[in-house]
Design a protein around this ligand. Structure first.
Ligand code: F0G
Length: 368
């Protein structure tokens, strides 16, 4: 029996949002925690798996496409799954301060969970390349923000060195607890569908999340919670595609700033996930990303950030290879509200600006 089912039973009433305890409690036996671990949680996890007809229709072949909308986590991205684990384990060790490099979402989540656990957070970000919503979060959640004249890869090198020399815990995805937390998204997908999907489409930046999902799918498979394993289909933005070009990219660039990464620290793990799952990696252009971003918003009412739309853009790009009658999950890693500047520049909406406030005038503008 899956853990979620056991958990549902133990509550003797239906699991509702009201009694979802956060992912550490929901999946405790699958995670490296003990009674001594102080659980730092914002009740993350249990995000919806939403069927996306507009994408299924474009592929045809009777496929069912779903999105795992992880942008509905407490700080608006999948990073919360990793942070609840990383921070709880840091607190267990007596740590007082944490540090990370970030393209934005890690810093928001680190700041929130550190504050919740009574720890200090330092976040290094690439100056000018962090979406405004994410920067606002880090500031409001009380992080000390250090913006560097350099990209994410440089920032990560610096925080790795600092955490080796000083008593500050690194909470980037090199921290193994992060991946344990993030693997629970794979559990949730299987608990919901009753089986693993045929394909998992996922954006890749530092390549931690694809590695975490693969760990989760394998653990459930080995414990007989699922009968199949998905093919791991990873996608990067064309201007930041070290895993597709198989080399470090010195000056990565893409509209999807979350995945503007040239030297993924989890490269080996991601390649292993690809090889073991008979998966495949591909790049998608910024234009393809924005097309998927607009379809999700306009046809489905789902607002994700551009990096997340890379998973759907990738699926559309590979639609000829999709097997008949298959189930596919695309991971939407972050909320669209994180990056309002991108949204304002990339939409097809009609926006009448600066109208005189009179009914006749408004009706005229509406073309009634
Ligand atoms: N999608 C979003 C919205 C992200 O923020 C990230 C990574 C990814 C996808 C890629 O995940 O690195 O595990 O392959 N963001 C990190 C950050 C780098 O600093 O917020 P990954």
């Amino acid at each position: 029996m899956s853990l979620l089912k056991k958990f549902k039973r133990s509550f003797s009433k239906k699991v509702t949002q009201k009694n979802w305890p956060g992912l550490i409690e929901a999946y405790r036996e699958w995670l490296p925690v003990s009674d001594k671990t102080p659980v730092i949680s914002l009740q993350e996890g249990s995000t919806p798996l939403i069927p996306i007809k507009s994408i299924s229709k474009r592929i045809n072949k009777k496929v069912e496409v779903y999105v795992k909308y992880d942008g509905l986590n407490p700080t608006g991205s999948f990073k919360d799954r990793g942070m609840t684990m990383a921070m709880s384990k840091a607190k267990e060790k007596g740590c007082e301060a944490v540090i990370c490099a970030s393209t934005g979402n890690t810093s928001a989540a680190a700041a929130a969970y550190a504050s919740r656990g009574g720890m200090k957070s330092f976040v290094l970000i690439p100056d000018g390349y962090v979406a405004h919503g994410k920067l606002a979060q880090a500031l409001v959640y009380g992080a000390e923000v250090l913006s560097i004249k350099g990209n994410f890869d440089k920032a990560l090198e610096i925080v790795q060195e600092i955490s080796n020399k000083y008593p500050i815990t690194l909470v980037n995805s090199t921290n193994p607890y992060r991946l344990h937390g993030q693997k629970t998204a794979a559990f949730e997908i299987i608990d919901f569908l009753g089986e693993a999907p045929d394909w998992l489409c996922i954006p890749m930046g530092n390549a931690g999340n694809i590695s975490a999902y693969w760990m989760g799918f394998k653990e459930y498979f080995e414990a007989n919670q699922s009968k199949i394993l998905p093919r791991m289909m990873g996608f990067q933005a064309s201007g930041s595609a070290p895993l597709i070009l198989n080399k470090r990219i010195e000056n990565p660039n893409t509209i999807a700033t979350a995945i503007r990464i040239g030297n993924p620290v989890n490269k080996e793990k991601a390649i292993k996930a690809k090889n073991e799952s008979n998966g495949s990696f591909m790049d998608v252009s910024d234009e393809e990303i924005i097309e998927a971003y607009k379809i999700l918003g306009k046809e489905e009412g789902i607002f994700c950030e551009p990096a997340s739309a890379a998973s759907v853009a990738g699926l559309l790009k590979r639609k000829d290879e999709v097997p008949e009658n298959s189930k596919i999950v695309c991971v939407l890693t972050g909320n669209g509200l994180k990056d309002p500047d991108c949204a304002l520049k990339n939409n097809d909406a009609i926006f009448h600006n600066q109208l005189e406030p009179e009914v006749s005038n408004i009706v005229k503008a509406m073309n009634l």
